[in-house]
Design a protein around this ligand. Structure first.
Ligand code: RRO
Length: 310
């Protein structure tokens, strides 16, 4: 007998990538090692996205880099990463053991840098790349690129011209009109859009009267941002035809289904792993499957964007 994770109802085709179920590891939560990524795949993830990697190694910001707040976490890690040369070894090792697609999250300080890193990641075996044009607090990359339509278009075009694998673009909610950015990325050739990265935030210590994070400001993730993320996915679905990957505060199957009804083909889970462990993927996927069965749907695809039709 098939286990719930093997039911065909859960299979999705995400811009050419075949996922056995629509749950994915969000970028930035866990390290780069093959062991870590494998444990997430064993926990039931249909695909994994690595931490963001750039051309050169970066140390990241001073501690504290994470603070817990009501219903979420604020982080300002500052893009710590070993640089793409070192990271290609991790991609190769991970690909040797993983049975699910591996997506490399990449960033750069120019269109050329994004393309160079993306090419190296793809050559090392990444099944797709996700462009981080939405980190809320590192200067001259991330959201500083993703909030300017002309720069965003240049980055996506440059990567698309050099990489044959699918190119995903992770968008920032910290803009006036996320659907406009989605349209810009789609017109420039993005194969899928991930929505959303973290929401700009900060926390202040009452006793010291100082900002808590080493970088003062950071990005909020977790349940607190779910309604913002659902609204973003809904708005993007109304504007563009490329598949959307929902991300932001997904903790249980109900959250995942809500994102699908808003227009997401797949969902990424990050912060919830801290509370629920790697098996959160299996639990969410089984819950989605039971929902599809109860409602008489033959596939996840039948639910995608349903909230727009009612
Ligand atoms: O490393 C970070 O501080 C970070 C990144 Br790259 C990102 O994309 N989003 C975020 O909240 N933190």
């Amino acid at each position: 007998m098939k286990t719930p994770l093997e039911t065909e109802r859960l299979n999705v085709n995400l811009a050419g990538l075949r996922l056995n179920n629509p749950t994915m590891l969000a970028s930035g939560i866990l390290g780069y090692s093959a062991d870590t990524l494998e444990s997430i795949a064993e926990g039931g993830a249909g695909a994994v996205v690595t931490k963001s990697v750039g051309l050169k190694p970066r140390k990241g910001y001073a501690n504290p880099t994470v603070v817990q707040v009501n219903c979420g976490l604020i982080n300002a890690m500052g893009l710590p990463n070993p640089g793409i040369e070192e990271f290609t070894k991790d991609i190769r090792e991970a690909k040797a053991v993983l049975k699910v697609p591996l997506i490399a999250s990449v960033y750069g300080f120019s269109a050329e840098e994004y393309a160079t890193v993306a090419v190296k990641a793809a050559k090392a075996g990444a099944d797709a790349v996700e462009l981080n044009v939405s980190c809320p607090h590192v200067k001259e990359t991330g959201a500083e690129i993703g909030q300017k339509p002309e720069v965003l278009a240049e980055v996506v075009k440059k990567v698309k011209a050099n990489v044959e694998k699918p190119v995903f673009v992770k968008l920032s909610p910290n803009v006036a009109d996320i659907a406009e950015m989605a349209e810009t990325a789609a017109k420039a050739g993005a194969d899928a859009l991930t929505a959303i990265n973290t929401v700009k935030a900060m926390a202040i210590d009452l006793e010291t009267a100082k900002p808590i994070l080493g970088n003062r400001k950071g990005g909020l993730s977790g349940q607190a941002i779910k309604p913002i993320a659902v609204r973003c996915v809904y708005e993007i679905y109304e504007r563009v035809k490329v598949p959307i990957i929902g991300c932001g505060g997904i903790t249980n199957w109900r959250d995942a289904v809500e994102f699908m009804l808003a227009g997401a083909t797949a969902v990424q889970i990050g912060t919830a792993i801290a509370q629920k462990g790697p098996n959160v993927f299996k639990t969410v996927a089984k819950g989605i499957d039971a929902y599809l069965k109860r409602k008489g749907f033959r596939s996840v695809n039948e639910t995608v964007g349903m909230a727009h039709r009612s």
